[in-house]
Structures are given as structure tokens and as C-alpha cells.
Design a protein around this ligand. Structure first.
Ligand SMILES: *[C@@H]1O[C@H](CO)[C@@H](O)[C@H](O)[C@H]1NC(C)=O
Length: 335
């Protein structure tokens, strides 16, 4: 009897240690989220591209969008890091979007050229924002009506924003994982990852870019809290020369100057309070509004990164359904 109990205790201690992640106070279904998070961490340890496990919810979301909006939904299966590096992902999406922005192609699918939206969450939000900027420059007759950016990743320069600090160890996307995703977008060379982890990866030659991600100017007071703005720490020019992608606005859409933001479509931005990427989205809202772009900003106080992934059983959360409904409802009215 003693042996059995001891084994059980050991097992549960191990499980408890492994499962336990501090979950913010205002989050509902805390235990379910903790278990899902542990599952994610396990998968993340086993395979590098753990967002592959997210294909099922995205298929469902695409179907919901198609049905609710009576829309043609094109879900682009771009090639993934770390197998492929930037700009492959950008080019994959850009090529498809450019192809569909032709009147003849749209006609073939029965699509109204005045009602086109580009949308994405997380890394997909990054690609949506980057592609929207680049097609904006093209001499195409068909324009996007809406870009919907759901907790997007928009900048590589400052990985110590207040949201990175506040949410360093939050579920689903801790800072260490986001740093790994960013660095693996450009290279499997760990020296970039190490430099990014200490936020000293940007060479002094690129110091002029920091004004585009200056949270001291771009964040509302509420999100600055008691954080103190510090000047950037510059790294060696070697990394910037070897992996120029991390200084490229096609990877980090916040790095364009204001003139590149002019003419962008109506923008829906969803941000989550407990998310390292929160301030990327909020700073883009500020920058777009400053140049007169119409922005609808939904900030969800009790949400974590990746909320939209949690809509399929057994890993569904009330939060996932709430956020998905909010976004699809907004699109249904506005697209
Ligand atoms: C960021 O903004 C603050 C406040 O306006 C300013 O003091 C600081 O020099 C800026 N930093 C950069 C790198 O632009």
C-alpha cells in the first residue's frame, strides 16, 4: 500500500510541476487552460513547429467565416519555419493575394471586388499586415476593403516592450518561445536567438528604426504602467548583415514610415491583455490612427495569446468562442 501511494504521489508531483503555469486572475476555465498549455508545451518540446497542431481550428474558423458571411474564404498554406525562412512565407502569401486581386480571377469565383478582406492571427496577422502594405503600393485596380489583424506579431526590434515584460511567463506564448519563433523565422543559427533573448540584436546602424516601435510615444498610459523607457542596447553589425530579414518591414510591418501607411484599408485589430504581442498590436493602432486610417480596436482584458485556436473540442474554451464570435460578427457587418 505504501509503495502505491508513494508512486502516485511522485507521479502527481511530476504532473503538477509540469502542468503548473501561473494563470492570470481574470481568466476563466483556469484548470482547462493550464492543461491545454501543458499539452502545448509537450508538443513544443517534441516538434519545432507546434502551430501545426492548430490546423483543425483554422479549418473550422474558415468554414464558419464562409457560412456566416456567405464569403469565399481562401486559406493560404504558406511554408513554415524553421524548415523555410523569411521571405518564403511572405512571398507565398503575397503571390496568392496578388493573384486574387485581379478582376478576372475574382469574377471566376463570383467575388465582389469591393468587398475583400485580408485577415490573420499571430504569425498570420504579421503576414496579413505585411502583405496589405506591399499590395497597397501596387498598381492594382482592386483594393482591400479590410485588414483584420488578430493579436499580430508586428515588430522584431524591441523584445522588451511592457507586454513582453508583463507576460514573460504567460500561457501559450511565453517570451522565450516568441524569441525562438522570431529568430527561427530568419535562421536556425542560435546566435540570433541569444541576441534577441537579451534584446541586443539590432545594430547601431539601424538605430533610426527604433522610432517606429518607441512604446514611450506609441502606448497609451494604461499599458505603460510603471515601466520606464530605456534607450536600446545595440548589438554587433554582423547579425544585421547576415540576417537582414529582421530589419525588413515585410517581416516587421511596424518598421515602415508613415507614408507607407497611407492608403491602407479599414483595420480591425484584436489584442489580448495577457500576451507578449499585445503592444505590437496597440502600437500599430496608434500609428495607423496618427495618419488617419480608420481603426477598430478590440482589446480583450481576460484573453491570452492564440485565443482563436481554442474553438475545437477537447481544447475549446469559452474565451475562444467569445473572441471568434466577436470577430466574425464584426466582419459580417463591415465587410
Ligand atoms: C522614444 O521616445 C522618448 C519620449 O518621446 C524619447 O525621449 C526617446 O528619445 C525616444 N527614443 C527613440 C529611440 O526614438
Amino acid at each position: 500500500m505504501g509503495t502505491k501511494s508513494l508512486c502516485l504521489l511522485l507521479a502527481s508531483v511530476l504532473v503538477a510541476y509540469y502542468v503548473y503555469t501561473p494563470i492570470p486572475e481574470n481568466i476563466e476555465e483556469r484548470w482547462k487552460l493550464m492543461l491545454i498549455n501543458a499539452g502545448f508545451r509537450t508538443v513544443a518540446h517534441v516538434v519545432m513547429t507546434y502551430f501545426i497542431s492548430a490546423m483543425e481550428p483554422y479549418d473550422l474558423l474558415s468554414r464558419w467565416t464562409a457560412n456566416k458571411l456567405n464569403a469565399v474564404v481562401i486559406s493560404v498554406e504558406y511554408r513554415l519555419a524553421p524548415m523555410y525562412h523569411f521571405p518564403v512565407q511572405f512571398e507565398d502569401v503575397y503571390t496568392i493575394v496578388k493573384f486574387f486581386l485581379q478582376n478576372s480571377v475574382l469574377a471566376q469565383y463570383g467575388v465582389d471586388p469591393n468587398r475583400i478582406c485580408i485577415s490573420g492571427d499571430s504569425a498570420g496577422g504579421n503576414l496579413a499586415a505585411a502583405v496589405a502594405q506591399q499590395v497597397n503600393d501596387l498598381e492594382v485596380k482592386v483594393k482591400l476593403k479590410i485588414q483584420a489583424l488578430l493579436y499580430p506579431a508586428l515588430q522584431t526590434l524591441d523584445l522588451d516592450l511592457p507586454s513582453y515584460k508583463d507576460n514573460e511567463n504567460k500561457p501559450i506564448l511565453p517570451k522565450s518561445l516568441m524569441v525562438r519563433f522570431w529568430s527561427e523565422y530568419f535562421t536556425t543559427d542560435v546566435s540570433l536567438q541569444e541576441a534577441m533573448a537579451s534584446n541586443s540584436h539590432v545594430p547601431a546602424e539601424s538605430s533610426h528604426l527604433f522610432r517606429f516601435v518607441n512604446w514611450s510615444n506609441l502606448l497609451p498610459e494604461k499599458f505603460k504602467k510603471d515601466h520606464v523607457y530605456a534607450s536600446p542596447i545595440y548589438g554587433s553589425s554582423r547579425l544585421g548583415k547576415k540576417y537582414p530579414g529582421f530589419l525588413d518591414p515585410r517581416a516587421a510591418p511596424l518598421l515602415v514610415d508613415d507614408t507607407k501607411l497611407l492608403g491602407l484599408p479599414v483595420t480591425y485589430v484584436l489584442t489580448c491583455q495577457h500576451d507578449v504581442l499585445r503592444d505590437d498590436g496597440i502600437m500599430y493602432v496608434s500609428r495607423l490612427r496618427e495618419v488617419g486610417i480608420e481603426v477598430i480596436h478590440d482589446h480583450i482584458e481576460d484573453a491570452i495569446h492564440g485565443a482563436l485556436m481554442f474553438i475545437t473540442s477537447p481544447t475549446d474554451l469559452a474565451l475562444g468562442h467569445r473572441v471568434a464570435n466577436k470577430y466574425i460578427e464584426w466582419l459580417n457587418i463591415n465587410l
